[in-house]
Design a binder for this molecule. Sequence first.
Ligand code: NIG
Length: 425
Amino acid sequence: MENILIKNIGKLVQAGENPVLKRGKAMGTLECMEDAYVYTEGDRIADYGLMRELPPALAEIEKRSADPHYEKSVRVLDASGRMVFPSFCDSHTHLVYAGSREREFTDKIRGLSYQEIARRGGGILNSARLLHRTSEDDLYKSALQRIDEIVCSGTGAVEIKSGYGLSTEDELKMLRVIRRLKENAPVAVKATFLGAHAVPDRYKDNRRGYVDEIINTMIPLVAAEDLADYIDVFCEDGFFTVEDTDRILNAGLKYGLRAKVHANQMGLSGGVQVGVKYNAISVDHLENVGDKELETLCGSDTIATLLPGATFFLNMEYAPARRMIDRGIPVAIASNYNPGSCPSGSMQFEMALACIKMKLTPEETINACTINGAWAMGLQEDYGSVTKGKKASLFITKPIPSYDFIPYAFTTPFIDIIVLNGKVI
Ligand code: NIG
């Protein structure tokens, strides 16, 4: 693997040696360096700093790199005044799935709600039927294509959930696909077991029976094959109750699976409270939260992961992100890439929605999509900032006037060169 020197960086964004989880006022501050360099060795960031303080050995490399006869041991990239960012960290996706659901999209246009479609056997159950008929290899290939797509839009680390299997066999199939992605994809992958995503048809009148299958059969098998890092439940009216969620998270914890919760998407589901009770790494969605939920989050270490792409797609009220930040709750933003509520993995689009609809500043948004996203996946030691020793996963922008331009010109491509784990791709 070659070493890389990126020189003449106009602005090196999110660079620093103390990349803590950002909350409150700190969410509005972004550490940047003007006229900077980054040097990567192998798959790690070895050094960064100001161009005028370029260490002599790197200055020598930089000088000699212009000579075509020089044996290059270091690839020199000239950013020519453009910006360099750490890769985005997308901490909530369902990007392993079969087929697509544009028929339901048009049903929604005609007036059906997400919950009505689900009650008629569509939605997640529709995706589960499609997934059942799809081979592990085909699922892997289509997911890898989606990963290529998110890589091109700047993502370098991603969480992927199961939850379109809804049987022991198919949940394991999905998680094995995620494991293959972990082993082969150019991005870092964290796996989440979401057997409790919907109640399958065979348990239509016996939700408790399905929860028992999750607890007694699925979780032990998932743990035995070490297929998941986290466990998640869709805690929502019509899906799983607080009591179900409590039982499942408790069972997961016994196998070392830390909680994440789909909480308060459609109503005041109690998902926030049960998530915090289990010290969830994050509670996700949060379109419907009041003072009680915010109070609960304030006294916890749980991250609020917001998914404005799904709020947009389902045409709902946005999560009260400003109130969360103002109360000191750490906020992450993720794409929620999935076939039902957000068929997009574009973090640029999420950033635009965060700014326009949730009134986050670009700085708050960048923190939510980088360092706080990394924390929401437990990847903060390796991703989310330009820090010595972290993975060399970065991108060089096109010539854009400022980082505000990224959410502002929200369909304009803004990335020129992508480096993932020390490799230009
Ligand atoms: O996070 N809300 C539950 N899960 C996904 C949607 C999944 C689907 O509709 O396929 C979400 O929005």
